[in-house]
Ligand binder design. Structure first.
Ligand SMILES: Nc1ncnc2c1ncn2[C@@H]1O[C@H](COP(=O)(O)OP(=O)(O)OP(=O)(O)O)[C@@H](O)[C@H]1O
Ligand SMILES: O=P(O)(O)OC[C@H]1O[C@H](OP(=O)(O)OP(=O)(O)O)[C@H](O)[C@@H]1O
Length: 217
């Protein structure tokens, strides 16, 4: 067998939408992958030259950028936050729709006139860039989840986080004040692998063709 391809996918919420897209590109995990009790992180696929790894969303980009995985699926939020030069995102998969937003406690108007702000977020780079464009220096407090409780506990006056239905903000007494970035999940590939391994290029074409078929339908 030739050297194996490694395809990285996030373990959380994109997964359900990603699996049918992957299946149409003939990337199909073994049955054990669907067993919630299974603690394995590596899974065989129906291709004997490909395996899947299931990792955290931010780590998908890291594995692919370093060539430890040749390709993967991840939200454009993660791609933009890291901005890895070795990562190429050739196909918008039109799944995992959400947006990145600034939010603050209802009635606070905390950003008015300030030149320096404290912001709780999982996205310090995107946050700093967003506020820099407004001439504001953002001091970021890095959290990995549950950003929405930070203002109430005095950790930061506002948050930058993903919003989909808006329910999490509402149920935590926050309102959106700025829409930063629309987000969808993308196919990502390692640039060197794309140049040197024709199987990677063929898979990119399979995902691209599926995406175009869906757009045309
Ligand atoms: N509310 C949402 N609606 C739609 N897509 C979302 C939403 N929240 C996050 N996403 C997308 O899903 C990705 C997170 O995927 P996932 O839940 O698999 O992450 P994870 O690996 O479980 O994250 P964590 O590191 O928090 O454990 C985000 O990067 C974003 O692209
Ligand atoms: O607008 P909504 O539809 O309410 O979705 C927004 C929530 O979804 C994401 O969290 P997720 O559920 O992925 O959990 P996390 O805190 O572990 O990231 C995000 O961080 C928000 O908390």
């Amino acid at each position: 067998m030739t050297n194996s391809l490694t395809f990285a996918i996030p373990k959380g919420r994109i997964l359900d939408e990603a699996l049918p897209v992957m299946e149409r590109a003939r990337v199909v995990p073994e049955d054990a992958f669907h067993d919630k009790a299974n603690r394995s992180l590596t899974f065989a696929t129906t291709r004997d030259d490909m395996r899947l790894i299931r990792v955290r969303a931010f780590d998908v980009a890291t594995f692919v950028a370093h060539g430890a995985a040749q390709m993967g699926i991840v939200g454009s939020d993660v791609i933009e936050e890291f901005d890895y030069a070795d990562l190429y995102a050739p196909v918008d998969l039109d799944i995992g729709h959400c947006h990145l937003a600034v939010a603050e406690p209802k009635g606070a108007s905390a950003t008015n006139g300030a030149s320096h702000l404290r912001v709780a977020t999982k996205y310090p780079n995107l946050t700093r860039r967003h506020f820099e464009r407004q001439g504001i220096q953002a001091e970021c407090v890095k959290l990995n989840g549950a950003m929405e409780i930070a203002p109430e506990l005095g950790l930061a006056g506002r948050i930058v986080d993903l919003v989909s239905s808006g329910r999490t903000l509402k149920e935590n007494g926050l309102v959106e004040t700025d829409h930063i970035l629309d987000i969808t999940a993308r196919l990502i590939v390692n640039r060197a692998a794309l140049k040197t391994d024709p199987r990677v290029a063929a898979l990119v074409e399979a995902f691209r063709a599926d995406s175009e078929n869906r757009k045309a339908a």
